[in-house]
Design a protein around this ligand. Structure first.
Ligand code: GLN
Ligand code: ZN
Length: 756
């Protein structure tokens, strides 16, 4: 274990390519337009460029094996020989890998779920009693060798056994995967020895699961696993990397083992515990002071102060990002529309690496050696603090006023009476969740607008034509509550962010969401104002085409926050309330325009749930309050809908009543209406529209199936409270599928209605 301590690093970096080259290369391989040789050549170039950038920027330890053709958890499943048996028959390594990731015509893919509380999604490995783990170190060895041959001080990164097993799922009565530690630890030992022979001085083992409640004794797991791995003699120096929170008890547990280094997230967590753990004085502490998952420029002086508190408590201190920069865009360079002031407040991946290097230089050579950079930084931060776009007293006054007006609506029974009178809907009314297919006409119009081939007026005319055809389709189908179909929205969050003051939409700020899918989250930088109505003209136009009620369609404050980069200079709850006030103003305008039903979508309600259960209640309180602030400005006779869609509601279920929407449409088809029992258990007593068919599949549901689902729903919910709708928005489906499915849905509704 020679591991000379290093001083500046990052825990990982983005891999899709600064211009999303990897996305395009993989998709063209999937489409059969290119072969593996071409794909590998591009991947090698991207990796080499990335490594060299990190090295020339001044990192003296560079993470490798952070590249992936799809996902790092899937890579770890391959490393440990834990791919599901259903892909075993595919001879080619890469095709087998992609089959596990995306499925094939006959093979189901692995499930996908969120990577902790980020917007990255990983593939969930399946572990069964018959899983026979075996080591396949080809990928990590290849990437190590590639880097070493370029003269780069490479540090292989692998996901640790605790995190791998805790995030995997048991299949075929396999029992909790964490019970398989004894089988995988020897493979990690073997891997360590192999990496040592291949020239690795350090290895980084990621254990973010140690900062969560996924297991009741993370400290015990940490001492057991790292006690064993640390005791091996034939190995590189081990850096155990934690991120996304505090290690708590697991910190002294790790410090008591023979591992040489520990990485701490000092953005989400604190440095407070460090001084209380005497055994840390023999370790390298990798201090994650630069936020790896948000886009704000670092407060370098504050980071230096934090670093100073660590110096006496560890053998040495290296500066790092708090987690992999996978979660932020590559660089500010392509953002040509960004004004200089705003730019000076931000740091994307490359700028973060420069910050790490500056901080490490200051530690080594004294702060004077970087005084110009420190001065620039404090000037930019001072400008940010005093910028009128960041603090707008009018906004704060509006929020205070709305809160004074109260976030409670009238009693729900009174609302129901007023709404029934106004809307006069049949029993078990039918509706949809909002979007209709994103047709090629819509996509072409959007592209033409972007390229200035058509003007805004022409674009809007084409979108109105889409609205008209969606309204005509719904009338023909005989749905009861119509929607305008959302053709004008590129994305349900970005659409609003583009119209609200306080948000900035990047040109090239792509981050990987999963596989080859990337998203471009807006940046929330200042106080939120709604300069003008955002949706009223569209909904009003749609309503002018029909006598049936058209539902207004808005995105809720929590979902807008969850899918944006958020401010770090005020509590999330304050940002949520500002957005809520903007949405509230929109509901009031819709109501004034004569719209009787308004849906405020909160599909991301669960996504911001804190990782530690003790923090969850406080989150749910402000999240629910922000929703109520958004929806309580309208009269009792205006019906508020919400839509939630993730199959596992968990702790969030209790909050659904508290939202106090008049109608909640909710994903239920895949769980066979079980969610209705859960809602009954928490005393939910308002309207509910359990999704009666799964829109994620191209399959058209038969009338009989929908009738069966509805009957199951009627066992749990009285007809007076039941609505009928698909699981989620229809934008990913084709018009043919939608038409056929909804026709069956309406037929089923009529059959059930006639038997009531
Ligand atoms: N109204 C949105 C739509 O129909 C809701 C999307 C969602 O739930 N993610 O597309
Ligand atoms: Zn949905």
């Amino acid at each position: 274990m020679t591991g000379t301590p290093f001083t500046a690093t990052t825990l990982g970096s983005a891999r899709i390519g600064p211009k999303r080259q990897l996305k395009r290369a993989i998709e063209s391989y999937w489409a059969g337009r290119t072969d593996q040789t071409q794909l590998h050549a591009l991947a090698t170039d991207l990796r080499r460029d990335g490594l060299q950038k990190l090295h020339t920027a001044g990192l003296d330890s560079v993470p490798v094996n952070t590249f992936s053709f799809y996902d790092q958890m899937l890579d770890t499943a391959v490393l440990l020989g834990a791919l599901p048996p259903r892909v075993a028959g595919i001879a080619d390594d890469l095709d087998r890998y992609f089959a596990a990731a995306r499925g094939t015509g006959r093979i189901a893919p692995l499930e996908m779920t969120k990577w902790f509380d980020t917007n990255y999604h990983y593939l969930v490995p399946e572990i069964s009693a018959s899983t026979e783990f075996s080591l396949n170190p080809g990928k990590v060895l290849g990437e190590l060798d590639e880097a070493l041959s370029l003269g780069i001080p490479a540090r292989p990164v692998i996901i640790g056994p605790i995190t791998f097993l805790l995030l995997s799922k048991a299949v075929d009565d396999g029992g909790a995967p964490i019970g398989r530690l004894d089988e995988v630890i020897p493979l990690y030992r073997e891997l360590l020895s192999t990496l040592r022979s291949a020239g690795a001085e350090w290895v980084q083992i990621d254990e973010p699961a140690l900062v969560t409640d996924l297991h009741d004794d993370p400290a015990g797991l940490a001492s057991r696993v790292y006690g064993e791995l640390g005791s091996a003699t034939d190995r590189p120096a081990i850096l155990v990397a934690s991120y996304f929170g505090d290690l708590r008890d697991a910190l002294p547990a790790l410090a008591a083992t023979d591992v040489e280094g520990i990485a701490l997230d000092l953005v989400r967590g604190t440095a407070d515990a460090v001084a209380t753990v005497p055994t840390l004085t023999s370790k390298l502490l990798v201090a994650g002071v630069v936020n790896g998952r948000n886009i704000w420029r670092n407060d370098l002086s504050a980071s230096l102060a934090t670093l100073a508190t660590l110096l006496g408590s560890a053998a040495s201190v290296a500066v790092s990002t708090s987690c992999s920069t996978l979660h932020v865009p590559y660089s500010l360079d392509p953002e040509t529309e960004l004004d200089d002031t705003l730019r000076s407040w931000l740091a994307f991946g490359e700028e973060k690496v420069a910050e790490v290097v500056t901080l490490a230089t200051a530690l080594r050579d004294g702060r004077e050696s970087v005084s110009t950079t420190l001065d620039d930084c404090s000037q930019a931060l001072a400008a940010r603090r005093s910028d009128p776009r960041v603090h707008d007293d009018r906004v704060r006054e509006q929020v205070a006023e709305a809160l004074r007006a109260g976030i409670a609506r009238g009693p729900s029974a009174d609302r129901r009476t007023a709404q029934n009178e106004r809307l006069n809907l049949p029993e078990v009314p039918t509706t949809t969740i909002g979007s209709y297919p994103q047709t090629s006409a819509i996509r072409l119009a959007r592209a033409a607008l972007r390229k200035n081939e058509i003007g805004v007026a022409e674009y809007e005319q084409r979108m109105r034509d889409e609205v008209a055809s969606v309204i005509a389709l719904q009338e023909d189908l005989g749905l009861d509550v119509l929607v305008h179909g959302e053709p004008e929205r590129n994305d349900m969050v970005q659409y609003f962010a583009e119209q609200l003051d306080g948000f900035f939409a990047t040109e090239n700020g792509w981050v990987q969401s999963y596989g080859t899918r990337c998203v471009r989250p807006p940046i929330l930088y200042g106080d939120v104002r709604r300069p003008h109505a955002m949706t009223v003209a569209w909904i009003d136009y749609a309503q002018s085409l029909t006598d049936r009620p058209v539902k207004g369609m808005l995105t809720g404050p929590v979902t807008i926050l969850a899918w944006s980069f958020v401010r770090d200079d005020q509590p999330l709850a304050d940002s949520a309330n500002q957005i809520a006030v903007a949405i509230r103003a929109e509901t009031v305008d819709l109501e004034a325009a004569g719209i009787g039903i308004i849906q405020v979508d909160e599909p991301a309600l669960r996504e911001l749930l804190p990782l530690r259960s003790e923090d969850q209640a406080a989150y749910l309180t402000w999240a629910v309050d922000a929703f109520r602030l958004s929806t309580s400005g309208v009269r009792d006779s205006t019906q508020i809908h919400t839509h939630l869609c993730y199959s596992e509601f968990g702790t969030v279920i209790g909050a659904i009543s508290d939202l106090d929407a008049d109608v909640t449409s909710i994903e239920a088809a895949r769980s066979h209406m079980e969610v209705l029992d859960d809602l009954n258990a928490i005393g939910y007593a308002n309207g509910v529209g359990p999704g009666v068919y799964d829109i994620h599949s191209p399959r058209v549901p038969e009338v009989g199936e929908i009738v069966a689902s509805l009957k199951a729903a009627l066992d749990a919910v009285p007809a007076q409270r039941l609505w009928i709708n698909p699981d989620c928005g229809l934008k990913t489906r084709s018009t043919d599928e939608v038409e056929a499915s909804l026709r069956n849905l309406v037929t089923a509704a009529h059959m059930v209605r006639s038997e009531l």
